[in-house]
Structures are given as structure tokens and as C-alpha cells.
Design a protein around this ligand. Structure first.
Ligand code: S5P
Length: 276
């Protein structure tokens, strides 16, 4: 059966990659297909937003390289919050280099992403060697990779044949590639004429560009509602950033929590609507 009509709990049983399995189980347990993207530059704002939205999310997405006052203790605090609130961590690193270089960027440097991030992502532009490079580091640690098959921005080049090739690349590495950053479900994409879909394949689709109140940000971002993303386009997880914490200045934690619950409910209702 198409993943589109299956529950997260049912799909969790099918997955062998630990990050994918755990993410699907967490979504079901918390009744949340919401991933909050915490794109803030201060250590304190980062942790206080995560502590506030933690109860409402299954996944927290980070850009750890934008934190101005980064120090390794931030990762320990993030891991404590992940245990306290029961969510997984996704460092949105968007790797895009040759296998050897991405393996070093993933394992080493200041951030040592592979040691703490359950999920990361990569642009498929270098070809399958980028997956091999990242898998050499991430697979032994039980990590999962998402390929950017599409983007949410106006004029994005990731479309058509590029998207189809990205899906074919993922099919060649299903032990490590657990899904896509995309704008729609990818089940039938990249199949040759007459080629049947492998029933064992179940890629997760995580979709950014989600907003309930605005349609853009004046810098190319394009927003759709959770209903459009999950129910109409068949994506599995909504990624929301500024829709939840607004423009930064003084972070109003009560308001951040209200927005997180609002998006959680909208994402979950859209999923229930899709099942029926
Ligand atoms: O196509 C994409 C892929 C990603 S990962 N479009 C995106 O916006 N993203 C990320 O999602 C982006 O880097 C940012 O961290 C988040 C969207 O943030 P928002 O504030 O616009 O919701």
C-alpha cells in the first residue's frame, strides 16, 4: 500500500535504519509531525526556544554554524533537551562536496555533526559518491541521510530530471538514505516506463516552506499550509521556522509555545485527513 494511506506507526515497523524508525515512532508517540527549525544566532535563544517547543515536536532542525557564541556545551544541552522532551535532532548541513571532504565535514571540525545529529542532509549534485562518503561516517553510528530532491524557493534548479536522478540515487542506498527534503511525495518519481515501485521502499518526505499566516519572506522563500503540504502533497513532516518564533528580537516564549501547538495540531489534523 502507498505510504500516503499508512500510519506512521505501521511504517515504523518496516524501517531498519535506526534514525528513520525512531523518528516515525516518536511522531506516533507524540502525535506530532512537526519539525521546528531553530535558525537563531544566540546560544541562549537557541536553547530557550527548543525547551519551549520541545513538547510539541518530533524533530528539531538546527543550523549549528550560525550560533555566534557556540561552544561544545551547547551540544550537551541540546542532547539533554532531546532526552527531556523526546525528540530527534536534524542538523541541516546541506553537504555538497566530494565523498572524502563531506566525510571530514561530517565527522570533524568544531561541530562533529555525526556524533550528535540523528539526521542530516545533502545535495545530490556531486552524485552517489556523496552518499558513500557520508555513510562511511554515519552508518556505523545509526544515522540517517535526507537528499534535497527539491527546494522551497522560487526559481529552484532542483526540479525535473534532477529530482528524478536524486530519487534514483536514494534507491541505490536505502540503508542510509531515509528520505528527502521535497515539496511532494516521491513514490512514483524516477521510475522508468513500466517499472514497478518496490513495495519495500518507504522514503520519508520532510517539507520546509510551511506557514499559516504568510506566503513568502521577501527573500525567495515560499510558504504553503500544513494541509497543502501533508494532505494534498503527501509530505510526512512539516518543517517550520519563523512561523513559530517570528522575527527575533525579544523571544516571547508563551507565544512560541502557542504557535508550536498550533502548527502541531494543523500538521496532525492534515495527516488524519490524509488517512481518511
Ligand atoms: O528547500 C528548502 C530546504 C530547507 S532545509 N527550503 C528551506 O527553507 N529549508 C530550510 O528550512 C531553511 O534553511 C530554513 O532553516 C528552514 C525554513 O525556515 P522558515 O523560517 O522559512 O520556516
Amino acid at each position: 500500500m502507498s505510504a500516503y494511506r499508512r500510519t506512521y506507526a505501521d511504517r515504523a515497523k518496516q524501517h531498519v535504519n535506526p534514525a528513520a524508525k525512531s523518528l516515525l515512532e516518536t511522531i506516533e508517540r507524540k502525535q506530532s509531525n512537526l519539525c521546528v527549525s531553530v535558525d537563531v544566532t544566540s546560544f541562549n535563544d537557541f536553547l530557550s526556544i527548543i525547551d519551549a517547543v520541545g513538547p510539541y515536536v518530533s524533530l528539531i532542525k538546527t543550523h549549528v554554524d550560525i550560533i555566534e557564541d557556540f561552544e561544545p556545551s551547547l551540544i550537551l544541552r541540546l542532547q539533554e533537551l532531546s532526552a527531556k522532551h523526546d525528540f530527534l535532532i536534524f542538523e541541516d548541513r546541506k553537504f555538497a562536496d566530494i565523498g572524502n571532504t563531506v566525510a571530514l565535514q561530517y565527522s570533524s571540525g568544531v561541530h562533529k555533526i555525526a556524533t550528535w545529529s540523528h539526521i542530516t542532509n545533502a545535495h545530490p549534485v556531486p552524485g552517489p559518491s556523496i552518499i558513500r562518503g557520508l555513510a562511511a561516517v554515519g552508518l556505523p553510528l545509526g544515522r540517517g541521510l535526507l537528499l534535497l530532491a527539491e527546494m522551497s524557493t522560487a526559481g529552484a534548479l532542483a526540479r525535473g530530471a534532477y529530482t528524478e536522478d536524486a530519487v534514483r540515487m536514494a534507491r541505490g542506498a536505502r540503508d542510509f538514505v531515509i528520505g528527502f527534503i521535497a515539496q511532494r511525495r516521491m513514490e512514483g518519481v524516477g521510475l522508468a516506463e513500466g517499472e514497478k515501485r518496490n513495495e519495500a521502499e518507504d522514503f520519508l518526505v520532510l517539507s520546509p516552506g510551511v506557514g499559516l499566516d504568510v506566503t513568502g519572506d521577501g527573500m525567495g522563500q515560499q510558504y504553503r499550509t500544513p494541509e497543502q503540504v501533508v494532505s494534498e502533497s503527501g509530505c510526512d513532516i512539516i518543517i517550520v521556522g519563523r512561523g513559530i518564533y517570528g522575527k527575533l528580537g525579544n523571544v516571547d516564549i508563551g507565544e512560541v509555545q502557542r504557535q508550536a501547538e498550533r502548527y502541531r495540531k494543523a500538521g496532525w489534523d492534515a495527516y488524519l485527513q490524509r488517512l481518511n
